[in-house]
Design a protein around this ligand. Structure first.
Ligand code: HEM
Length: 125
């Protein structure tokens, strides 16, 4: 009985602390990133959303750090990781752009991300 309680407690703790992404499949991590990027793209010119969008960028960084260690099942894994790393670098630029209230830079970073996404999906999806 005590062990059951411990397991329940640990599961709740993990969920609360947000380690959930590590338990998700690559597909699920991609889907979550896509939903966040859509939200960010729709509000990229709304500077009242910059703080929220900097947080969204931080979430996408974490999702892609997890995706980096998940295998796409096809192609070269080092090439896969290198494209994922490019996305992480651009998500970091996106976070900084919002922190600096540079919405023009944020928009051009999103355009770069969409190009890397296309290349990644052409090769690995
Ligand atoms: C902004 C960047 C990206 C976004 C928003 C994105 C989004 C998505 C979405 C929505 C899916 C489809 C999930 C489904 O089937 O419903 C997907 C799948 C996939 N993506 Fe991405 N992606 C991005 C970048 C990349 C990059 C750079 C790579 C490779 C280096 C990549 C590799 C894959 C793979 C392998 C799948 C198939 C996963 C599976 O079904 O198991 N993605 N992505």
């Amino acid at each position: 009985m005590k062990n059951v309680r411990k397991v329940i407690f640990a599961t709740m703790l993990i969920a609360t602390l947000g380690f959930g992404a590590e338990l998700l499949s690559l597909k699920a991590n991609m889907k979550q990133t896509s939903a966040l990027l859509k939200q960010v793209t729709q509000s990229v010119n709304d500077s009242t959303k910059n703080a929220a969008n900097a947080d969204n960028a931080a979430k996408m960084i974490e999702l892609f750090k997890t995706a980096r260690n998940q295998t796409p099942g096809v192609g070269s894994f080092s090439e896969y990781q290198s494209l994922i790393d490019q996305c992480i670098a651009e998500f970091t630029n996106l976070q900084k752009a919002f922190q600096n209230n540079d919405n023009k830079e944020a928009l051009s970073t999103i355009q770069k991300l969409n190009q890397i996404k296309k290349e990644g999906h052409d090769k690995f999806n």
